[in-house]
Design a protein. Structure first.
Length: 355
């Protein structure tokens, strides 16, 4: 996963928290006044009140996603399709995310977007929202409920693609450290499930440490350093997130150790290091959880509200970043904690959502 500025807490936060029965609601808001610049008639025709429930906002991927989402909201406001938009940050607390979703139901939101902290725990609240006539669209980390629209990549395919590449790179044998995301988060669990299925086909590959970390460089670096200190003769690293990959490669570089293969993601810091060490033989395969999943989710929700028959499951293809096409992705003029990705053309979004 991961980079995805929030402007401040809005006045409505207190009432939402009171309704939800919680003391910390963490509401981030785009301007939620009536559509300035849009015609009154357009506003009356479709006055969508949209909320985004996310399990956390700390990772840079989430911050980048928020910026991309806000840009799409601004476009939809100008078109008279959306009147307000708020972000609800659960700070990693699934029970708080559930409370925030229920608060949005009571506040009669038209659309709820969700990046789920659990694949199952949110289902009752989300289905309650659907029963109340709210359009619910999940993206990125998905719930299992079949009653909500789900927009994502195939996370198990992500894990299996990375694992298969690494296994073949190691000729089917060797010791590896696995770097996974937070335990219990659906994206992390699904990626590891896909990888584990592959590794079971290679009995001579030994997973000497299975590490769980936030998708942030500092905690990931600490977690990898500890695992590597206990297992300094590894032959490779399976990593399912960009900051995790950067943490592993950064440790090997700083300690002047052998640059074993490390799988990755389009985290720019990792891509930069990869490019800088290619001449020394470092090799990787990376993919991306595109931030534009959020845009597709928003567009799907609006289309659903307009009567479009939107698919229940929208699967977005995973890109492949290789030694050969790395230069097309890495951005030396952008921050390390950015996730370079080309925006998806509107025509492609329309095709995915059934327009």
């Amino acid at each position: 996963m991961n980079t995805r500025s929030v402007r401040g807490v809005v006045a409505v936060a207190a009432s939402l928290c009171a309704l939800a029965g919680i003391t910390a609601c963490n509401v981030e808001s785009d301007s939620d006044t009536a559509k300035s610049g849009a015609s009154a008639s357009a506003a009356a025709a479709k006055d969508l009140k949209v909320g985004w429930s996310t399990i956390y906002l700390t990772p840079s991927w989430m911050q980048q996603t928020l910026r991309m989402l806000k840009a799409d909201v601004d476009k939809l406001k100008a078109a008279g399709k959306v009147s307000s938009f708020k972000t609800f940050n659960a700070n990693g607390d699934t029970s708080q995310q559930i409370s925030q979703i229920r608060a949005m139901i009571q506040q009669k939101y038209d659309v709820i977007l969700v990046d789920a902290g659990s694949s199952t725990a949110l289902n009752p609240a989300l289905e309650q929202a659907v029963a109340a006539g709210i359009t619910v669209v999940a993206f990125d980390s998905l719930p299992t409920s079949k009653k909500v629209i789900r927009v994502g990549t195939d996370q198990k395919a992500w894990g299996s693609m990375m694992a298969e590449w690494l296994a073949k790179k190691l000729n089917g044998k060797g010791s590896i450290i696995a770097m996974n995301g937070p335990a219990g988060v659906a994206v992390s669990e699904d990626r590891w499930s896909g990888a584990e299925t592959v590794f079971k086909k290679y009995p001579d590959i030994k997973i000497v440490s299975n590490v769980h970390s936030e998708y942030n460089l500092a905690p990931a670096a600490q977690a990898f350093a500890s695992a590597y200190s206990a297992n300094p003769t590894i032959d490779g690293v399976f990593s399912q997130g960009g900051a995790l990959s950067a943490a592993a490669l950064q440790t090997l570089i700083k300690q002047d150790k052998k640059l074993v293969p490390v799988t990755g993601e389009n985290y720019n810091g990792f891509l930069k290091m990869w490019q800088s060490k290619q001449k020394k033989g470092f090799s990787s395969l990376a993919t991306a959880q595109p931030n534009y999943l959020a845009v597709i989710a928003m567009e799907a929700a609006v289309a659903k509200e307009e009567g479009v028959s939107v698919p229940q499951d929208i699967t977005v293809p995973l890109p492949e970043i290789t030694d050969d096409n790395l230069s097309e992705y890495v951005k030396t003029d952008q921050p390390d904690d950015s996730y370079p990705i080309n925006e998806l053309p509107q025509s492609e979004i329309d095709k995915l959502i059934g327009k």
